[in-house]
Ligand binder design. Structure first.
Ligand code: NAD
Length: 490
């Protein structure tokens, strides 16, 4: 079976909105394209404002029973969803690759990680603890603090990890006792919609998880943030959209969590294990073709190891196989957003004009077999001036600008010289140095001597313009609760 026939099979996917117990079509629909071929993979309804309001109605109605469902029962259901996701791993992974283009092995890992959040939050559902104490000034007063579910949650997710990022929000919110209206990205909504079917088969009651799709999506944000029944908007995506949603949410003082972009430095000090640093830089740079919020965006390398690091790293980048994600040999798939390759090319050209040296890549791929998609080659540039877009902006592509650093202070200053604050990678064999820079970096995550920052049991979140709030870990569940204290004169 060729890749094309696999894609054609999916052309039959005709998705519906999930609103309470109804599966709803709309007069207008929009298509989802395979970024590797630009072929149609499927189509989704274009929800109108009235559909979003109907989803809020359904979520509000379902909340009454769901918040009173015993935590153990909620946990059992979430575990079933976890099991079912893993049973459908192959199918879901293929769907993710078709809608986003990432290599199939990365899509399989995404399904596994998404399911893992189900298991983690199933367990956390049973541990929503409060606090009890005798009143401060009056020994006869008992103070009880309890955490309660916020209510209806609007969850808006991006395209780059379409299943994982939906699952991370949905599992935490459901574990807390909230009900959800999920709005996945119009570029890649199919695997998130499949999560709805999986949850339904696992026995999740109607209305607890509603899913709406729309293209363009702006009115969905307006309806969700404008309806006082929606108690929280949990958003993952770009800074611009995050600000827009926060502004709109101010009208009702609706709570927001914003998981936004990153411009993540990868620091390599003179005492680093260079081979390990190269291996990790490759993974941190190229995961999902460089389209990851925690991607290494720029490499800051000590001047004494700059030549050797650049030689090893660029050799490894040159060896990466670019191609469709369904090909088993592919390391780097297509870019997803229309126009991404020309946006990246222009940032690379600007850096070269400003004095950067191109080490590898840097030109559009002239391959007939890839002409249907937006592919860009792994690219390395050195001595990139700090005021160029490759350094100041989130590139979201397989491009690695390298800048020299000469000491810790300069490294920290350079790493912090950005409006973003999501993740920083640090390579050094010195614990003292690792701790010193970890303390001084303005970031939500520091990753020392490894490539993968996250884990289900720890919260991810940014500082500065990378966001507000946390996802993952017990803190990620707390985001969907409010605290209430009950003061009792006993
Ligand atoms: P985006 O902001 O364009 O879109 C994200 C989601 O918001 C999509 O579902 C889109 O349809 C929706 N949206 C856009 N405008 C809206 C509106 N007015 N009302 C309601 N919904 C609206 O972002 P994207 O291009 O899909 O994702 C890439 C960005 O996401 C990058 O900046 C990346 O760093 C960031 N990201 C952050 C994290 C994190 O955990 N911090 C994780 C993944 C991606």
């Amino acid at each position: 079976m060729t890749d094309t026939t696999i894609a054609t099979e999916y052309a039959e996917i005709r998705e519906l909105l999930r609103i309470g117990n109804r599966r709803v079509d709309t007069p207008e629909r929009f298509e989802i394209l395979d970024p590797a071929t630009s072929q149609v993979v499927g189509s989704c309804p274009n929800a109108a404002a009235a559909d979003v309001i109907a989803a809020i109605d359904a979520a509000e109605e379902a909340f009454v029973a769901w918040k009173r469902t015993a935590p153990d029962a909620r946990a059992r259901l979430l575990r079933k969803v976890h099991d079912a996701l893993l049973q459908e791993q192959d199918e879901l992974a293929r769907l993710i690759t078709l809608e986003v283009g990432k290599p199939l092995r990365e899509s399989r890992a995404e399904v596994e990680y998404a399911a893992e959040f189900g298991l983690w939050y199933a367990e956390e559902a049973r541990r929503i603890y409060g606090r009890t104490a005798l009143g401060g000034s009056d020994a006869k007063t008992w103070m009880h603090l309890v955490r309660q579910p916020l209510g209806v949650v609007g969850a808006i997710t991006p395209w780059n990890y379409p299943l994982l990022l939906a699952a991370r929000k949905v599992f935490a919110a459901l574990a807390a006792g909230c009900t959800v209206i999920l709005k996945p990205s119009e570029l890649a909504p199919l695997s998130a919609l499949r999560l709805g079917y999986v949850a339904e088969r696992a026995g999740l009651p109607d209305g607890v998880l509603n899913i709406v799709t729309a293209n363009p999506p702006d009115h969905v944000g307006d309806v969700l943030s404008g309806d006082p029944r929606v108690r929280k908007i949990s958003f993952t995506g770009s800074i611009g959209t995050g600000k827009q949603l926060m502004e709109a949410s101010a009208r009702n003082l609706t709570r927001v969590s914003l998981e936004l972009g990153g411009n993540n430095p990868f620091l390599v000090f003179e005492d680093a294990d260079l081979e390990a640093a190269v291996d990790a830089a490759l993974v941190a740079k190229l995961r999902n073709g460089g389209q990851t919020c925690v991607c290494a965006n720029r490499l800051l390398v000590h001047e004494s190891v700059l030549d050797e690091f650049t030689r090893l790293f660029s050799a490894a980048m040159r060896n990466q196989v670019v191609g469709p994600g369904l090909e088993p040999t592919t390391d780097v798939g297509p870019l997803v957003q229309p126009g991404a390759a020309s946006r990246i090319q222009s940032a690379v050209d600007d850096a070269v004009s400003a004095g950067a040296t191109l080490v590898c890549g840097g030109l559009p791929l002239a391959r007939e077999d890839l002409s249907g998609g937006s592919f860009y080659p792994p690219t390395v540039l050195r001595d990139v001036p700090p005021d160029t877009r490759l350094v100041t902006e989130e590139t979201f592509g397989p491009v690695a600008p390298i800048e020299p650093i000469s000491n810790i202070d300069e490294a920290v200053e350079s790493a912090n010289r950005t409006d973003y604050g999501l993740a920083v990678y640090v390579f050094t064999e010195s614990l003292r140095k690792a701790l010193r820079v970890s303390e001084d970096l303005e970031t939500g995550i520091v990753v020392v001597n490894r490539a993968a920052p996250s884990g289900v049991h720890f919260p991810q979140g940014g500082v500065k313009q990378s966001g507000i709030g946390l996802e993952g870990g017990p803190e990620g569940l707390e985001e969907f609760t409010f605290s209430k204290y009950i003061s009792i004169n006993a």
